[in-house]
Design a protein around this ligand. Structure first.
Ligand SMILES: Nc1nc2c(ncn2[C@@H]2O[C@H](COP(=O)(O)OP(=O)(O)O)[C@@H](O)[C@H]2O)c(=O)[nH]1
Ligand SMILES: [Mg+2]
Length: 335
């Protein structure tokens, strides 16, 4: 069961520059030898894997990529300049298909990997390339080779870096919609009511995916059940936000915290060691912050990883997102 993000893009490499027909002009020589230079190569289009991206969302805003044409050749044997290559950043895990044939062209896994999507056209030869002892003054030059156009379908198995856990009603859905820049288009999820929902968060130039994992409590640890699958998603995250409704008595807050921690532990002990930010939600309600603070004494979660937020008003959320960036830096994700 995977979330699939998709995008179709068109790439076009640059045409090669034309070769030049030109003859040397010197004093007293009516027609000097040929000196037309070769055209420059057109730009090549590459896909580069970048660890800064984790979705294909950017391709919703831009899906046509054209590299430039090479410069034409010039007289005095001057070659036209090659056009710069066009490099398109894609997230790790991107699979590249030929959109027409469906053929898989590349499986781009690791940052730094690169795929040549469309080679630039070669520059045409100028007339100086055609001179032979017999034809000393050729007036022929080649046109540049045309660039190539291709439609590519990109496909990405989305991996959530951050999981959102908490009892029903804690405010997970509200929080996710507040922090998400967009929702990736994900493949149909068979369980509509309990489906984890993904949101893409952009904060201080970093992008990461957050998954709402609502099934945790609904019989999560019972083997092959639904919850088990949700926990499998949790297992692949770098870190968790444990969200608690602070609009209740301190004793209920402590209970809510423990219930979730126990469920995680029953599924897999390691999950309890997953770096976790504790976020007390609904601090806009009167007395909520005080309730949370007094519950915290019994909970014993590390203070630097505790946040007080209101998903409804947005209060405390920038600081929660900063906390997530810091957590990601402390625990870099390895796919
Ligand atoms: N006052 C207040 N209500 C909130 C806040 N966040 C969520 N809620 C409300 O709490 C209820 C449950 O929220 P929801 O996001 O559906 O929780 P989920 O079950 O964890 O996904 C809804 O009625 C929300 O409007 C908040 O920060 N303050
Ligand atoms: Mg919800």
């Amino acid at each position: 069961m995977a979330f699939i993000d998709e995008a179709t893009i068109t790439v076009r490499s640059g045409d090669g520059g034309r070769g030049c027909v030109s003859f040397r002009r010197e004093k007293f020589v009516p027609r000097g030898g040929p000196d037309g230079g070769t055209g420059g190569n057109g730009g090549t289009v590459y896909l580069d894997v970048s660890s800064h991206l984790s979705t294909l969302l950017d391709f919703r805003y831009r899906n046509l990529f054209k590299a430039k044409r090479g410069e034409h050749g010039m007289g005095k044997n001057m070659h036209g300049k090659n056009a710069p290559d066009l490099r398109i950043a894609v997230p790790p895990g991107t699979i590249v298909h030929d959109d027409e044939t469906g053929e898989v062209l590349a499986d781009l896994t690791l940052p730094g990997e690169t795929f040549l999507a469309a080679a630039g056209g070669r520059g045409g030869r100028g007339n100086s390339s055609f001179a032979t002892p017999v034809h000393q003054a050729p007036d022929r030059a080649d046109a540049g080779e045309p660039g190539r156009e291709r439609r590519l379908r990109l496909e990405l198995k989305l991996i959530a870096q951050i999981g959102l856990v908490g009892l029903p009603n804690a405010g997970k859905s509200t929080l996710l919609s507040r922090i998400s820049r967009a929702r990736p288009r994900i493949a149909d999820y068979p369980f509509t009511t309990l489906s984890p929902v993904l949101g893409v968060v952009s904060h201080r130039d970093e992008e990461f995916v957050v998954a709402d994992l609502p099934g945790l409590i609904e019989g999560a640890h019972h083997g092959a059940g639904l919850g088990h699958r949700f926990l499998k998603h949790a297992e692949r995250t770098e870190g968790l936000i444990h969200l608690i409704d602070a609009g209740q008595e301190p004793s209920r807050i402590v209970e809510a915290y423990r219930t979730i921690r126990e469920e995680m532990g029953k599924f897999r002990q390691e999950l309890r060691k997953r770096p976790t930010l504790l976020a007390f939600n609904k601090t806009d309600l009167p007395g909520a912050r005080e309730n949370a603070e007094s519950a915290l004494a019994d909970i014993g979660h590390p203070a630097e990883e505790v946040h007080y937020i209101s998903a409804a008003t947005g209060e405390g959320i920038p600081s929660l997102l900063d906390g997530l960036l810091a957590l990601r830096r402390r625990h870099p994700f390895v796919a």
